[in-house]
Design a protein. Sequence first.
Length: 460
Amino acid sequence: MLGIKRQQVQIDQDRNIHSKLSFYRTPPLKEISLDEFEDLAFTRIHLLRHVESAVIRSLRDEELKQFISKVEEKTLPLQTVQRGIDINYESQREKDNISHYILRLAFCRTDDLRKWFVTQETVLFRYRYLKSNKEEREALIKDLKLSYPVMTEEEKKSYFDFLKIATPQMNAIEAETEIFYKVPFEEASELVQKRIVYIRHGVAFVPQREILSIILYQFKLSLESDLQMCSKMLPKIEDDDRVSSIIRNLMNHSIETTDTAVSVSGSLSSGEVDKASAHFPLCMAHLHKKLREESHLKHGGRMQYGLFLKSIGLSLEEALVFWRQAFSRKITDDGFQKNYAYNIRHNYGQEGKRVSYPGYNCLKIITSNSPSAGDHHGCPFKHFGADSLRENLSRYRLPNSLSPLLNPVQVEELMGLAQKNHFQIACTRLLEYSRNEDNLETVINPAQFYELSKTSTLKK
């Protein structure tokens, strides 16, 4: 439970704070400052973004462990307890526990956010399980009280030929000595999809060595349920303005790049936007193209594109010039001043509450304000139909590549990532094709894409 006392956040103490493999079933209890609250949230977001990037790049288990291990060591290290080594294990587990619960508050709000959070946390749990020792795994299974019935010797003899066929990962001798659990087939869905378990009358006979799949199923089920419950508690949590403002800030800014003014001079003039558009990500390139074609954008497009241009160095004065010229075919000077100039000045903090608004990050573009008919904002990898996305990718120009356009194989790879809902990874791959580089950090902000594309050109 969450409460504030003298600008501190209080959270219930986790009874299993010393366990490396945690289902996070009991909220922690500890007083931390609001600064630490925010810092832990940003740190875990950073870790989960790298987890997402590693998985979508199809890294093998060993590569995955090495990749995540490096990031985890810099963010939220969580080591196995070893005697004689001077490490504050309790502090590590405490930070892991608290940061997880903070992100629950941020990611429980929508189906898309919950799905993303559950996916990344499950992968992180799997990585930690693979790195754990026998004692840690046995302690986890005992703590979970998994009580699946064990296949009897008589059943094994009766179905042995089927077991051998269904479990090609084991030879006959291993199959004879292996313990098989009788698990409802829906709880073994991953193994069923891989066709590495024998199913009879709705029961999956799961080898002990594959029990991780069942544990991951239970982890996801538990976390999904907890997030649903957490979403119902939001009104109470948001009664405290200090906590709710941090959570809103986390969602709006947690995955934004900090240095987004990427022009060499630190600014961008209205006359330079067309040239700069060669380095725009697909979402902004599409908005720029439609603005030039139609001499207009609806409100959602103006907000997304206008704040992006602001974030890459277009000043208020230059923005007024740019938008006035862009609308000139359809709107008079007087009409522009009456209907559009105020909103532009408002975005730059010169009207209303005088709050200077940041550019939208990828998470905001993906999860909020889906485009309707006639709109051009949003994320192409999420919001475009297959034909429209393929067409836009086929004509997207690669400013830093030896080839000016994507080849058909590259287009289909990006289409496949989009179909699997890996929108930011698809955008990252597009940047990698443009830069002729692999293994770039996942794109989390359109301005980040622009900066990296522009930087690649400047280095040549």
